[in-house]
Design a protein around this ligand. Structure first.
Ligand code: DX5
Ligand code: ZN
Length: 219
């Protein structure tokens, strides 16, 4: 089982409806929406109006990746706007445990993201409360960056820990950044089951073919 979540950050924003329809028909499982605030990450992207607009246009789950400071302040608004899965960064939340609970209370899936430079043990107290862990395979902020090879070891360490806790089947490990036909196999073998790909999918001439290939490699 694998989940392919194309990141609309690399779509043609002035033809977004056309682009999301194309990846849906090509077999995408989710739409990954990167929310950046110009503070936690050095870039700005989309916010609530785009999430609401997407919600009206698609029946695929919206996989919302919040790269924002003070996520506690904005999470309720993203839930109202139509997010199906909300991932915030462990580096950003003062009350991460409370925030995870408040997301799950609304019957939305709760994800926790971790930057490449943050020790994995910062996730430890929260492992029984998450639905998904997003292991960043680049430093967040931009599409089109190179996959950081140490991600594989981080994913397998996390997968082992989840197995020890009997939670490997319940918690999805997602990776985001530099995912392509070469890197996806490595992180899949390490234990990841959900894959964000922006430039590799939206930058391709034949997006369906790329999605199918990514699925075959993780079947
Ligand atoms: C990076 C974002 C990613 C980005 C991935 O901060 O979180 O979702 O869109 O882009 P690619 O697949 O091009 O590395
Ligand atoms: Zn992302």
């Amino acid at each position: 089982m694998s989940i392919i979540s194309p990141s609309i950050l690399s779509a043609d924003l002035l033809n977004l409806q056309r682009d999301i329809t194309e990846v849906e028909q090509g077999g995408a499982d989710w739409h990954h929406v990167d929310v950046m605030d110009g503070h936690f990450v050095p870039n700005l992207s989309f916010g609530l109006p785009l999430i609401s607009a997407l919600k009206r246009q698609t029946s695929l789950p919206l996989d919302v990746h919040l790269m924002i400071s003070n996520p506690e302040q904005m999470v309720p608004e993203y839930i109202k706007a139509g997010a199906d899965l909300i991932t915030f960064h462990v580096e950003t939340a003062v009350h991460a445990h409370r925030l995870l609970q408040s997301i799950k209370e609304k019957c939305i899936k709760a994800g926790l993201a971790i930057n490449p430079g943050t020790p994995l043990h910062s996730l430890e107290p929260l492992l029984s409360d998450v639905d998904m862990i997003l292991v960043m395979s680049v430093n967040p902020g931009f599409g089109g960056q190179k996959f950081i090879p140490q991600t594989c070891e981080r994913v397998s360490t996390l997968a082992c820990r989840l197995k020890e806790l009997g939670r490997f089947e319940d918690v999805i490990i997602q990776v985001d950044g530099g995912i392509n036909t070469e890197t996806i196999k490595k992180v899949y073998d390490s234990g990841a089951r959900a894959f964000v790909a922006g430039s590799h999918i939206y930058g391709a001439k034949n997006r369906s073919q790329v999605i199918q290939k990514l699925k075959e490699l993780t079947a």
